[in-house]
Design a binder for this molecule. Sequence first.
Ligand SMILES: Cc1cc2nc3c(=O)[nH]c(=O)nc-3n(C[C@H](O)[C@H](O)[C@H](O)COP(=O)(O)O)c2cc1C
Length: 352
Amino acid sequence: MSLQALFGITHPFLQAPMAGASTPELVAAVSGAGGLGGLGAASMGRDFLRQQIQAIRGLTNKPFNVNLFSPASQIPDPSPQPEDAVLALIERYHREFGIDEKPVLESPYGDPAVQLEVLIEERVPVISFHFGVESGHVEAIHSAGLKVICSATTIEEAKWLDTLGVDAIIAQGAEAGGHRGTFIGDYRDALIGTMALVPQVVDVVKVPVIAAGGIMDARGIVAAYALGAAGVQMGTAFLGCPEAGIADLWRNQLLASSPSRPRVTTAMSGKPARGLRNRYIEDMEALGDALLPYPLQYALSAPVRRKALAVGNADFHAMWSGQGVGLLEQMPAAALMATLIEESESLKSQLM
Ligand SMILES: Cc1cc2nc3c(=O)[nH]c(=O)nc-3n(C[C@H](O)[C@H](O)[C@H](O)COP(=O)(O)O)c2cc1C
């Protein structure tokens, strides 16, 4: 089945849900242009999540996607404590910035069970998951007559999701910005490029495959079709849009970056994610295995990230980015969608 028929959209272009970067304005602009906008809701509590969904509905009557992190991403029990070397590094930063506050070691993410309840009550048309999905959640979403999709970073993960009965699978290649969706095995074995991953996933699953990772313009979109994808999910490309809720400092760093700057690291959150290398990442990586597990590693740097951002210092900010960053353009989301639609149609006809 086409993604157009599955989701009730005109163009099979998904704007990646990006926790901390997607906004109702971005989602509505993409859905309003005939694609599928996506809200990254992993950090949202019940009331805020409901408000955000209502804000999207106030801006568009088109289908949209809301994304959650799977429950497997919650705090480990018992909760581990940071090693001395990590604490000493954080204390050094705090002295440098004159920060008195201590990091509070709690998850920056909401409870996925509560979040899912809201999404089902609000009848969000498409619900997506990162880090895998529970079979009970797939059943609950389907019983409510809604669609569920999830990212895979390997063939094994894609087969697993297909068996669970998700409606489509996002094949997230190694080029992708943000967290790796890996939920089976070692992430280092799951850094498979989009070019290699997509056709191999297409060959083994029954459902439509959405290519993600490094796709920035019509060339990437048409290449994804050639690999057998039914459509694309693009994240980094939308960070150049004024509707994306990111700090100017982050956008400016993206605009000045080449593809060798984004690195997959566990130093920022404790889980592998691709973002622009900076001082914090370099310093933490030098401590090797001392890092805390996700999501506690993220909580550790919250005070210094806040303070550094407030004084315009990019050394500590989590600046997720894919390897396509050198192709980033600054334009409103509706204009980006219009460009992608027109140029991919024209490129397809030139190639035929
Ligand atoms: C800033 C940023 C935040 C992201 N946050 C999420 C998220 O909350 N949930 C999710 O499923 N994927 C998230 N991703 C990953 C995207 O879903 C997608 O795999 C990726 O953006 C595709 O690669 P690209 O950035 O090269 O387009 C994020 C990506 C970026 C760049």
